[in-house]
Design a protein around this ligand. Sequence first.
Ligand code: EPS
Length: 392
Amino acid sequence: MALRLSTAGESHGPAVAAVLEGVPAGLAVPAEAVDAFLALRQRGHGRGGRMRIERDRVEILAGLRGGRTLGNPLVLLVRNRDATLERLPPVTRPRPGHADLAGMLKMGTRDARDVLERASARSTAALAAAGAVASLLLRECGIEAAGYCASLGEVRAAVPDGDVASLRAARDASPFLCPDAGAAAAMTALVDGARAAGDTVGGVVEVRVEGVPPGLGDFRVPEARLDGRLAAALMRIPAVKGVEIGLGFEAARRPGSGAHDPILPARRGGFPRRSSNHAGGVEGGMSNGEPILVRAAMKPLSTLRRPLPSVDAVTGAEGTGATQRSDVCAVPACAIVAEAAVALEVAAALLEKTGGDTMAEVKRNLGAYLRAARRVFAAPRRSSSGGAARRR
Ligand code: EPS
């Protein structure tokens, strides 16, 4: 069954929720593991007053028995403590950069509240809860992902060359969820300066995924291409305006000889090795067995304390965009949301490859596939019929 996510909920309604279909039976889903991920999403220097109100916790309302998935749809609920929707005032001056203006026109309303409550990044709490479940599934299959902040404004982190475990440890120790501790001072100055100026800060987040088997995604059907799916998953996150995989836009500036990753002989029993990973783990729309490396650019948040020009939909008066409580910078949160989005997409592609109604079946099928795939580049054996080239 395909892995499929739906979310619901308004920013200041009673709760946000996720329905996640297609998780095989037998996966242990401890609420504490989901909660730890939700807590990471709430962190980051630059968050506003709302994050001091919320204490995100998941309530798993369906799909579990004895702490394990039944294979039924999961319902994941995260309650809003700031559930003030019915008391909040109308918003009539659309904020440049937000969904307000286009949403007012689309929905035929002069009150952007009808739009912004759903356009709010609060919905990413539900996405993160579902992503945490996807990460538990991936871990069972030897796949680990970590999302982290790679730059804020002009401040670029020197991301250490490390595995996911060390990246995660360094990330978790950082107020910006950035594995380069040396960048923290400049990032703090940037965010504090923006706060003082009534402005906001964007940045770039990166997700690294290790242990991904080759062949997830597809070269045969355009919409099944893993790169397209990862890009779409990241672009669906509010405020994301650009996505790169591996070298990304830099690949366009290089000659082919400097953009591709040489193929070296397999070590015994393994896959051919690569001496670099410019492809970011994806070639021809499929994972190639190297770590997946994707980046997403988050624009600065559009709620400004010193707002840009706007027009009032009720009075017609020229003025400025609505101001309200918000964050100065949510890039660290975006790193966690990006990790969730990527984990969900990789998990979906994995389950397409393996099939399986139970985790035992998924793992059995994955093991059989990997054994067969390793034989493709194994030293050819003599064969009386058909020859090595056609061996499956
Ligand atoms: C958001 C505005 C802020 C953020 C919110 C997203 O909320 P509020 O308007 O209540 O101050 O804190 O993010 C979250 C609530 C969250 O959980 O990430 C927006 O306009 O998108």
